[in-house]
Design a protein around this ligand. Sequence first.
Ligand code: S3P
Length: 426
Amino acid sequence: MELKHAKQLKGTISIPGDKSISHRAIMFGAISEGTTEITNFLQGADCLSTISCFQKMGISIENTNDHVIVHGKGLHGLTAPTELLDVGNSGTTTRLISGILAGQSFSSTLNGDASIQKRPMKRILAPLSSMGADVKSVKSNDCAPLSFSPAKLHGISYESPVASAQVKSCILLAGLYADAPTSVTEPVLSRNHTELMLSAFGAKITSENTTASILPEPKLHGLSIEVPGDISSAAYFIAAGLLVPDSEILIRNVGINPTRDGILKAAYAMGGQIEKLNERTVSGELVCDLLVTYSHLKGTTIGGELIPTLIDEIPMIAVVAAFAEGTTIIKDAAELKVKESNRIDTVTENLKRMGADVTPTEDGMIIHGNRDSLHEADFESYLDHRIAMSFAVAALALPENCHMKDTECVNISYPTFYKDLTGLID
Ligand code: S3P
């Protein structure tokens, strides 16, 4: 596919629903009593995998455009699937649904695509096993496929070695089925959508610092949920507006939960002009519109507690850093290696293709920005949606059109991405 260069970007864009929140709305709706109505649901392939898994366990889910109705059957209302649960490319589906499957009175097996079969699952297998779950990695390699058999679950206090909302959510969901309270402590706070949304569904859940705790067997009840726009998808338009000269983009309906807004903090630290407008709360989540203006950017250091709040945006931030003046250091981000691709490697490869000065490290990368040294390139997507979108934005700001293979992977989280992006070219 040809990736367009742009002289200027102008216009308004509404961001599709948040991926993390869309997954959770389906899952929590399915195990609640009554109807859950979801608007602005993300129709990305990952969230459709979650819908299909719950349909295979007897949950009726109506999906029309961005409107989804889940007919929940309560904590113990799922039925045994007659076939494999296919999670596709979705790490969130895999890890969160595992917490639910571990507590069921039936057996099940899940599997996904080639990327999912390489992603580390020990991080959920270990805590689930210590809760008493009967869960196995079918190939004994701590990866999917995973099989679950009925078992009695016990409450645990778990110290997670990784700051991961997927791990935290998996354990909290298993905690719903346990015989005593369960708590998870993370080294650094990860996104807290599970805590906010499960509480709205009626769970007894509390958070203190980096510990979240849940009581077993609440009565969960269906809700109406409006999904805020995904800040991880907005990140591409934030970057595009900052990088392409003379641009001004109004990005409507962006979720700015403080456990997700690291992209804004990083952009401000680099000198980006982004105005927050019309701040409001939607279904318990903070939302605003963002007015982004082309800016002269400088390098920064990104690490520590900021990392979980922008982990999925690091490929885009790395591209921005290549155009900025001075050095950007990204550290404490070894988790990048176990995403849909090894994003330390895949970002480095593509940055080098466009002439950037980048050195990969064990837990991130160092980028010496210099806009004048950058040139057009043939990029690879590595079948990773966030790599494909980040380098499509890079192309806008490079001197000539670029090319990329395997670009349809954007369907995972943002099916209308190319249409929305090229719609802003003036
Ligand atoms: C997600 C958590 C993050 C993120 C992923 C979505 C979630 O993963 O990278 O895209 O919805 O909980 P980790 O929990 O592995 O950090």
